[in-house]
Write a protein that binds this ligand. Structure first.
Ligand code: ADP
Ligand code: MG
Length: 226
């Protein structure tokens, strides 16, 4: 525990990018975690096998939603953290991942359809939480942001409206629109210079501040041969 899912009914909003940032950051800290790629498109698995060049970590590919439930359940017993990257269209997998999640991260870019995707995903999460009779905290993550653009102001206004209407909330950390994020998918390592370095640090710090991730203590680290 905890299980963290990255979900949105909308494709192309940065789910796999956020997953890459999370898993590469956790791997660099030698955290005891497993990544689960629940997207039949295999983007996270492909990145891991073709490009990723950081410290080794466990990744399991599971596109079958029935098997996914058992896999998350089993891995959550043996690992400190479980990260699940989900597909935009295969909603059964995303819903199952939510059922097991301690937190759900919902990325959005500055697009009307992404906002719609975030609202739908938020509502699904609330529905799953009602069925599970427990809270499933979710946060929108503003991704690919152009901070000074008018469209970003529009997004903030829309988020505010949804906060009032359905209680939607978001992380303080915003990931800017940067080639550096795009490059992770080819380079297999996290940016080592420029504004992305600080944004990623803020992102990880905020996840810990909000107890979405456990503290990076020595106790949570895996032993070298585990
Ligand atoms: N903050 C960002 N800045 C620039 N490009 C980004 C950013 N986040 C994602 N991208 C790019 O947007 C595309 C879609 O992102 P991806 O993570 O694959 O979305 P999803 O998994 O939700 O379908 C990819 O080409 C990715 O490199
Ligand atoms: Mg993806």
């Amino acid at each position: 525990m905890p299980v963290i899912s990255i979900a949105s009914t909308k494709g192309g909003v940065g789910k796999t990018t956020l997953s890459r940032i999370l898993v590469a950051s956790l791997a660099s800290e030698s955290a005891d975690f497993v990544a689960i790629d629940a997207d039949p498109n295999d983007a996270l698995s492909r990145w891991r096998s073709k490009f990723y060049s950081g410290p080794d970590f466990d990744l399991v590919r599971e596109p079958d939603h029935d098997r996914l439930a058992h896999l998350i359940h089993e891995r959550a017993q043996s690992r400190e953290i479980v990260i699940v990257d989900t597909a935009g269209f295969n909603n059964q997998s995303a819903t199952i991942a939510m059922t097991f999640s301690d937190s759900v991260l919902i990325p959005i870019m500055a697009d009307e359809a992404d906002m719609e995707g975030a609202e739908k995903t938020w509502q699904r999460c609330r529905g799953v939480a009602l069925g599970a009779r427990r809270e499933i905290p979710a946060w929108v993550v503003m991704n690919s942001v152009k901070k000074t653009s008018q469209i970003h102001q529009h997004v903030l206004g829309e988020l505010q409206r949804l906060a009032e209407e359905v209680g939607l909330r978001w992380l303080d950390t915003k990931l800017s629109n940067l080639v550096a994020y795009n490059e992770i998918s080819w380079s297999g390592s996290l940016p080592d210079r420029g504004p992305a370095v600080q944004e990623i640090r803020h992102f990880m710090d905020e996840l810990r501040r909000r107890s979405i991730l456990p503290p990076a203590t020595a106790a949570s680290r895996k032993t070298p041969n585990a």
